[in-house]
Design a protein around this ligand. Structure first.
Ligand code: SAH
Ligand code: SF4
Length: 398
């Protein structure tokens, strides 16, 4: 395992990128490389320019359209050359440690990186479609107080292969190769797993570009949503360079409460965040920005909060919808979920102002796969940390 980076402080410690080495396989993984990078790798390995270009195109199609996991079955490439590829390259998925299935059909995978870090992905099926919830980091450097991932210590950015690899694994599991234009069960992707995607911008962008490529996995940008807790300086670039739908974890409408529950707010405040939303490229009435709002009992769930939320959305003229997320509990959490009647009333106030505000049905709670519950089981807390959490909980309840 690589050395564990400790997280210095609570606000905005951007993780330091570190090189990752495959432990037992020195062959270059083609997954996660751009088409151009594959071409360059082939040239470097000895193919001439024309061959490299042609083979890169074929490999891309095999890997991302057909879901190849090795070179053997690539009938459009001569046998000898297949063996030559296999000596130098691999087409590797993330390693699966554990798979779990919820009583409601939600599936969770515990995955492991080559250097021994755990992360998770979740698939949420519906009748004729389904959403894959993809992780962008191992853990998260932000410490939103209601989020289980935020209590994790280990952090490293996931690389493009580890991000695209999640989508490929889900397709393997659903038997959805080769790419079909219609009728896919894996129809949508949300960057809402572990981590803050805008703190791993380059890798998330490169990975999503691969996922959106029409010759490969070919998922439309309209079916991909990136969720951020409010990394304001990266939002415009996300719109310009990735162009997917934006979701913003707002969760509170006053500085006092948001500072407490989403500590990043101390750095980028609510008004600044909403101004960045108003400027988000590509947002319009047909493609609304989603505001996520976790319902925490007696914390952010009053009528007044709902009315303030409406006022803010109007003030910034935002093409918005609001997703109300009942708080999902986890061991040691300091908060409780608002009562169902309270959630309904909150939703009604927003809805009566002409803004859609559905209440999200929790999925996969029994396997700890719901929003905010992801945290690798392998990570253990120190005694001192457990004591501190217990004290905080006592104080909060007093
Ligand atoms: N880091 C990104 C994306 C991952 S979290 C972000 O914060 O936006 C996906 C969503 O689940 C976020 O809106 C997050 O605030 C919310 N969430 C976190 N913990 C939760 C919990 N315990 N219950 C319900 N939602 C939670
Ligand atoms: Fe990180 Fe998002 Fe959890 Fe906040 S809610 S700690 S940003 S994963």
């Amino acid at each position: 395992m690589t050395a564990v980076m400790t997280i210095p402080g609570h606000i905005d410690p951007v993780p330091v990128p570190r090189p990752v080495f495959a432990v037992d396989d020195a062959r270059l993984n083609l997954v996660g490389l751009s088409k151009e990078a594959i071409r360059a790798a082939l040239e470097e390995a000895g193919l001439d320019a024309r061959q490299a270009k042609l083979r890169a195109k074929q490999l891309w199609h095999q890997i991302y359209n057909r879901g190849a996991t090795g070179f053997d079955a690539m009938s459009d490439i001569a046998k000898g050359q297949r063996a030559w590829f296999a000596e130098r390259f691999r087409i590797a998925r993330p390693k699966v440690e554990v798979q779990q299935v919820s009583t409601d059909g939600t599936r969770k995978w515990l995955l492991q990186t080559d250097d021994g870090h755990d992360y998770e992905m979740v698939f949420i099926p519906d009748a004729d479609r389904g959403t894959l919830c993809v992780s962008s980091q191992v853990g998260c450097t932000l410490n939103c107080r209601f989020c289980h991932t935020g209590t994790m210590r280990l952090v490293r950015n996931l690389n493009p292969d580890e991000i695209v690899g999640q989508v490929m694994l889900a397709r393997d599991a659903l038997g959805e190769w080769p790419s079909q234009p219609e009728g896919r069960l894996l129809s949508n992707i949300v960057m809402m797993g572990m981590g803050e995607p805008l703190y791993n911008f380059d890798n998330v962008r490169d990975a999503l570009k691969i996922v959106m490529d029409g010759d490969g996995i070919a998922l439309s940008k309209r079916r991909i949503t990136l969720s951020t807790s409010g990394v304001v300086p990266m939002m415009a670039r996300a719109g310009e360079e990735i162009g997917v739908n934006l979701a913003v974890s707002l969760h509170a409408v006053t500085k006092e409460v948001r500072d407490e529950i989403v500590p990043l707010n101390r750095k980028y405040g609510i008004e600044e965040l909403l101004a960045a939303c108003a400027a988000y490229p590509g947002a319009n009435n047909a493609r609304r920005i989603t505001f996520e709002y976790v319902m925490l009992k007696d914390k952010n769930d009053s009528d007044e909060d709902a009315r303030e939320l409406v006022r803010l959305i109007r003030k910034y003229k935002l093409p918005a919808k609001v997703n109300l997320i009942p708080f999902n509990p986890w061991p040691g959490a300091l908060y409780e979920c608002s009562d169902p009647e309270r959630v309904q009333r909150f939703s009604d106030i927003i809805f009566e102002a002409g803004i859609s505000a559905p209440v999200r049905r929790p999925r996969g709670r029994d396997i700890m796969a719901a929003c905010g519950q992801l945290k690798s089981a392998a990570e253990k807390k120190s005694r001192a940390e457990l004591d501190r959490l217990a004290e905080e909980k006592q104080a909060a309840l007093a």
